[in-house]
Ligand binder design. Structure first.
Ligand code: ATP
Length: 240
């Protein structure tokens, strides 16, 4: 890895027709960092992630990956540069087996041996996926499907992993377990940018955070700073 590797978003704008969902957002994710993006429904968090990884095309600003401008490139090109996304709502291929879902994550790769190694690493991280590898993904519980969605993204060998609301709709005990795994993934050296409604949980595990409101970043800081911030406490942590 080179010095100064980072994901750098500058003044990014995302529009849907007349709606400006993201207004000149700037953020960075350094090599090995765990960064969270918090904010209310409709603040523009998902739109930000999608525009970074090429699912949507930003209408302004730049996305820079390790010094290369990747703004507006198609998602498969960005995936090949080792930026992967786990979409909201754990969209797994329900009719395909667990194993087939994982292999879909490696579809850009030809290195059979290393794909096998990575599948093994995913199974070590999520043993339940190994137990169920022949089962159709649609028969897994919500939490297991979230694990599979994360596992599939890991099969692309990401340097940067974008996670959209991994806790959504999961029971608290499952949320805790998923978050432990996400921390482990970061410790393995993968940089994370995570969107999360549960601000307290997100800031408890991340290094840094950004607060988004109405399409704009309104606050940025270390996780500790944000946990202590009065506005964050009042609006996002429900404390007086
Ligand atoms: P959520 O947590 O609900 O996903 P969010 O912070 O991720 O919220 P976005 O999903 O990025 O917010 O949405 C930002 C704004 O853009 C909202 O006003 C939303 O209604 C609008 N929007 C999102 N996707 C589209 C779309 N495909 N077409 C039109 N408007 C959209």
């Amino acid at each position: 890895k080179g010095i100064g590797e980072m994901l750098n978003v500058e003044n990014m704008v995302v529009s849907y027709g007349n709606i400006r969902a993201v207004r000149e957002v700037s953020l960075t994710v350094g090599d090995g960092e765990f960064v969270v993006l918090i904010g209310n429904n409709g603040a523009g968090k998902t739109s930000t992630l999608k525009a970074i990884c090429g699912v949507n095309s930003p209408s302004g600003g730049t996305v820079n990956l390790n010094g290369e401008n990747i703004t507006g490139k198609p998602s498969h090109k960005i995936a090949a540069k080792r930026v992967a996304m786990v979409p909201e709502g754990r969209r797994v291929f329900a009719g395909m087996t667990v194993r087939e879902n994982l292999d879909m994550g490696a579809f850009l790769r030809r290195d059979k041996k290393s794909i096998e190694n990575d599948r093994e690493t995913v199974y070590e991280l999520f043993p339940v996926l190994r137990e169920r590898f022949r089962q159709p993904a649609g028969t897994l519980s919500g939490g297991e499907q979230q694990m599979l969605a994360i596992g599939r993204a890991l099969m692309a060998q990401p340097q940067y992993l974008l996670l959209d609301e991994p806790s959504l709709g999961l029971a608290p005990i499952m949320v805790e377990s998923i978050f432990e795994k996400i921390v482990q993934i970061n410790r393995q050296g993968i940089s994370l940018l995570m969107v999360e409604q549960n601000a307290f949980l997100a800031l408890s595990v991340a290094n840094r955070g950004y607060v988004m409101d109405s399409g704009e970043i309104v606050l940025a800081g270390t996780a500790e700073e944000l946990l202590e911030n009065d506005m964050v406490k009042r609006v996002y942590l429900g404390m007086e």
